[in-house]
Design a protein around this ligand. Sequence first.
Ligand SMILES: [Zn+2]
Length: 68
Amino acid sequence: MKRKCLYCYEAVDGAQDFHEKCSMEFFGTPTPPVIEYSLDQMDELAKNVVLVALLLESNCLADKEQLF
Ligand SMILES: [Zn+2]
């Protein structure tokens, strides 16, 4: 059974989920990053994502000249 690229949905060779080209476009790297988090880490990661989102939001409201 042929795999399909998760980016362009064309058939892809081997056990890859993305064409090298598509991975490059999607992730900025020729191979997609391997994401293996435990559920605990996932929970922690989710919290971090929320924190980062909040930080980014407050950064947007703050004076950008001060931050960069
Ligand atoms: Zn592709």
